[in-house]
Design a binder for this molecule. Structure first.
Ligand code: NDP
Ligand code: KPL
Length: 306
């Protein structure tokens, strides 16, 4: 499979390297800063699942350089989505389907409107990864999961090809028969997890030592369940229970990528995640006081730079 990585940061570089390790053709479509970094330092994964250094990192700085792409793995932050649309359109015109793994859901209708419904498959990822100084990837969770599935009947074949590529690679890939439900489950979980850890500036284990504070995470899960229902996605009380149990069982120091970004003084994705939930709720006259409060608490750090 020929896979273009658009957003060769922590997630994009991790999964791109895993596919490359298994023999797939992977092109990193990057902006000039990342191109320089990759050229100077190469690409290494430091991972619990095995380190890997890519021998030849293929870099492109313009889609014009890329012939016959099958798939674009889109792994930018929500606030960078707009800036990728021009390149995505060119790649879709060349025949590629787009597999976005951004947290949240607001990007999906935007991509479908700009690229056409047939071009955008559904997806998400479970992994804890970040970029170290030289732009190498540090993968700190035992899990490195990709979930994907068709949002349009014409996408079954590419999803099956992707499933095969994932089976050949050192990662867990799952073709989901109900990808929208999976996307919303993740959205529910990440809104609570990233919200509570980022707003308190504490890892989840510390949050748990204050039961009243931890309860806010549960309330956010419940609000997200109601939001999903308003969007015709049926999440149940059991889904809420399961997500809350996951929060109870995560390691003491475990934290969200948004909280890691806050610690590093990087811009935060809160507008895409919590802001997006509030916008979608407003469309259905849903009142979400816990998410609204957490979103307001994160606001001062959103674009905070050291
Ligand atoms: N990190 C994690 O553990 C997890 C992250 N996610 C989600 O995955 C998504 C990506 O996160 P993550 O990998 O951490 O983010 P990173 O910030 O590490 O990587 C994003 C990359 O996108 C690149 N980029 C931004 N705009 C463009 C553009 N117009 N053209 C080309 N490249 C561009 C950036 O490059 P540049 O250097 O040019 O700015 C950067 O390398 C987010 O939505 C996040 O919520 C989901 C699960 C876990
Ligand atoms: C919860 C987690 C680590 C799972 O992938 C995640 O998506 C994030 O922190 O952004």
């Amino acid at each position: 499979m020929k896979i273009v990585i658009l957003g060769a940061g922590a997630l994009g570089a991790y999964f791109g390297s895993r596919w490359q390790e298994a023999g797939h053709e992977v092109v990193n479509l990057v902006r000039s800063g990342r191109a320089e970094q990759l050229t100077e330092n190469g690409l290494t994964l430091h991972s619990e699942q095995g380190d890997y250094t890519a021998e030849d990192v293929i870099i492109a700085e313009d889609p014009e350089e890329i012939e016959d792409p099958d798939l674009v793995f889109l792994a930018v932050k929500g606030y960078h989505l707009e800036g990728t649309l021009h390149w995505l359109k060119q790649l879709v015109q060349k025949g590629a389907k787009v597999y976005p793994v951004l947290n949240g859901v607001e990007h999906l209708p935007i991509l479908q409107k700009e690229l056409g419904e047939e071009a955008v498959i559904g997806g998400l990822s479970y992994i804890m990864a970040t970029l170290a100084d030289k732009g190498h990837v540090v993968h700190t969770s035992s899990f490195h999961d990709l979930v994907f599935g068709p949002l349009h009947p014409s996408q079954q074949q590419i999803c099956e090809e992707l499933s095969l590529a994932c089976n050949q690679s050192n990662l867990n890939g799952r073709l989901s028969p109900n990808i929208l439900e999976d996307i919303w489950k993740k959205y529910m979980f990440i809104t609570a997890f990233s919200g509570i850890t980022t707003a308190t500036d504490l890892p989840i284990g510390e949050v748990r030592t204050y039961p009243q504070t931890f309860l806010i995470a549960r309330r956010m899960l419940e609000e997200m369940k109601d939001l999903a229902a308003a969007h015709q996605v049926h999440l149940t009380d059991e889904h809420v229970e399961k997500a809350f149990k996951q929060l109870q069982e995560l390691g003491h120091e475990a934290t969200s990528s948004m909280h890691q970004d806050r610690r590093k003084g990087l811009p935060l994705e809160a507008e895409h995640l919590h802001g997006g939930a509030l916008r979608l709720g407003k469309e259905h006259n849903l009142h979400m006081p816990y998410i609204e409060t957490i979103r307001a608490m994160i606001k001062p750090y959103e674009a905070y730079q050291h």
